[in-house]
Write a protein that binds this ligand. Structure first.
Ligand code: IMP
Length: 422
């Protein structure tokens, strides 16, 4: 029996969907433990490409139980739509369960996300899905949870309580008309009716799975540098994508997690605002964007692209307690004459080996690069380390040494079979 946490080590979009999909084939249960439909997973199975935002990509492996854990914020409208589109593609959602403790994203959260972003002097670049405002209400103790959607009296009472906060804020600060309790009540009770068979105590379900010796995969969304505690605050999301968030977000004890795999791109990308020391604003950056199809799954925004930043991934190895790395998108670099890895930062003449907390310092950091020769050969057909060009192997070894963590998996293309287990 193994419980594995799979986390993003950069700014999200590391290819966790593909790695989850590959590992899900060997797992019995896949759990999302934080975030919401701000995430986007692209998974290619055969000829079809699936884009999932909320439902764990394990749903594409028949027989795998999928759980949306209590740490996730759930937009039921999006969830119902995603379930429907999977069913219409012939994929069963009978094995999908949603924690009764998960908080619900309401329409006023989506509206506030946009209005608050417009109000900010410094923009965060939020996905405007209502994620942050839903977590705010969770901590304000006025949130609505999935189990409330199946209880008309309680939902009416909780909506009244929430709207007593939200409507004056919307009307007096933002000039928005606000929301009617009756309209929300009808719509959200209907979601409760549709989703009732899947809403359950998922922590109990996980405990039973562990007792039966099942393999469990805990799937983080976003990435370490977007973590509310460990990320580049304030340019972060509102939850803990780091491995520490997996236990409370899934309803397990921290000592029950056996391994932590960090998913890392062969280069770096970022969507939204904030400093990015190895960003490439030149033709190489454009080449990486085009070859890597680096456009947001959720918002379609072009992603900022840059070289691999070992300072950042070393930091991710530390705050997640990584036991291994899964390196993705190696093939994107196939055509380059040389590849660079940032091994340290130069901050006003001082060499920094550790990722700084102060964003003003990070903004002033210049990358110190090690330059390695490119391999200039296609890697997409390689299925073992030996089948990779020797210079690509050297690149992998250099990254593992710099990060201080072994590489266990290498992905050389979007398809399931384009995966090398080292
Ligand atoms: P929010 O989570 O929508 O509030 O967005 C906060 C920040 O996290 C923004 O910079 C988003 O672009 C970023 N973000 C949120 N989810 C993802 C993701 O799945 N991949 C990459 N960036 C994300």
């Amino acid at each position: 029996m193994t419980v594995t946490a799979l986390v993003g080590t950069q700014w999200g979009d590391e290819g966790k969907g593909k790695i989850t999909d590959v590992l899900a084939a060997q797992a019995d249960v896949v759990v999302r433990y934080q975030g919401g439909n701000n995430a986007g997973h692209t998974v290619v199975v055969g000829e079809r490409t699936y884009k999932l935002h909320l439902i764990p990509s394990g749903i594409l492996s028949p027989g795998t139980t999928c759980i949306i854990g209590n740490g996730v914020v759930v937009d039921p409208q999006v969830l119902c739509g995603e379930m429907e589109s999977l069913r219409s593609a012939g994929i069963s959602t009978a094995n999908l369960y949603i924690s009764e403790r998960a908080h619900v994203i309401m329409p006023y959260h989506r509206v506030l996300d946009e209005l608050e972003e417009a109000h900010r002097a410094v923009k965060i670049g939020t996905t405007a899905r209502g994620i942050g405002p839903a977590y705010v209400d969770k901590y304000l103790r006025i949130g609505i949870r999935m189990l409330d959607l199946t209880n008309p009296q309680r939902l009416a009472r909780l909506l009244e309580q929430a709207l007593a906060f939200k409507n004056p804020l919307l009307q007096k600060v933002y000039g928005h008309p606000g929301f009617s309790k009756e309209e929300l009540l009808g719509e959200y009770l209907e979601y409760g009716r549709i989703l009732a068979p899947q809403i359950t105590d998922t922590s109990l379900l996980l405990q039973k799975a562990r007792q039966q010796g099942r393999k469990i995969l805990l799937e983080g969304a976003q990435g370490t540098l977007l973590d509310i505690d460990h990320g580049t605050y304030p340019f972060v999301t509102s939850s803990n994508p780091t491995a520490g968030g997996a236990a409370p977000g899934a309803g397990l004890g921290p000592n029950q997690i056996d391994e932590v795999i960090g998913v890392v791109k062969a280069y770096t990308t970022r969507v939204g605002e904030g400093p990015f020391p190895t960003e490439l604003t030149d033709a190489t950056g454009d080449l990486i964007r085009e070859r890597g199809r680096e456009y947001g799954t959720t918002t379609g925004r072009p992603r900022r692209c840059g070289w691999f930043d070992a300072v950042m991934v070393r930091y991710a190895a530390r705050v997640n307690g990584l036991t291994g790395l899964a390196l993705t998108l190696l093939d994107v670099l196939d055509v380059l004459e040389e590849v660079k890895v940032c091994v340290a930062y130069d901050y006003r003449g001082q060499r920094l080996e550790h990722f700084p907390t102060d964003l003003d310092v990070l903004t002033d950091c210049r990358p110190i690069y090690a330059t390695l020769p490119g391999w200039q050969r296609a890697t997409g057909a390689a299925r073992s380390r030996e089948e990779l060009p020797s210079k690509a192997q050297e690149y992998l070894d250099f990254i593992a040494e710099q990060v201080g963590c072994p590489i266990q998996i290498v992905s050389v293309g979007p398809r399931r079979d384009q995966t090398i287990f080292l």
